[in-house]
Design a protein around this ligand. Sequence first.
Ligand code: SF4
Length: 184
Amino acid sequence: MKLSRQDLLKIKGKRTIKPVTSAVDRATPLAVPSTKLKNAQKFTTICPYCAVGCGQILSVVNGKVINVEGDPEHPINQGSLCSKGNALLQIANNERRLTKVLYRAPQSDQWQEKSWDWALERIARRIKDTRDKNWVAEDNGFTVNRTEAIACLGGAALDNEECYLYAKLARALGIVYLEHQARI
Ligand code: SF4
């Protein structure tokens, strides 16, 4: 007798579901336990792992993430998450996670704590100085207006819109070495 996959599922279903449903019919209704998410604050966010950019709902109690779910109202994932997205708890509640800027000066073996403003200002200053010092206005009689001293590398965590903005910024700065991790 030749069985299709559908036939097999039907047979298995009849054999396995019936005893279970009978047992459920006979069982005394259980009190629904109060859920640990009942008093949690809910926040929506975007999964940081890859460029798919799935929407997530985080449940937070006392500043600690206690649950991660896919956001059913998010147009990309519509409630689903892959195993990496589901494991976001391990990043959010991780004592080894850096939450402050650490800076190690040239030749130093010590890390210093710095503010985000300090870091942004310093990055901007280094980019501006490097660009100005290495500006190439002409090449072989052609106007090129570029710098060859800075390279930009996009990562797989950047989504479409972030890549677009990143490339725009790089090209506005005259950066020509613009690549993506996925192509290397
Ligand atoms: S890692 Fe998974 S959950 Fe996160 S954005 Fe990518 S596909 Fe979505």
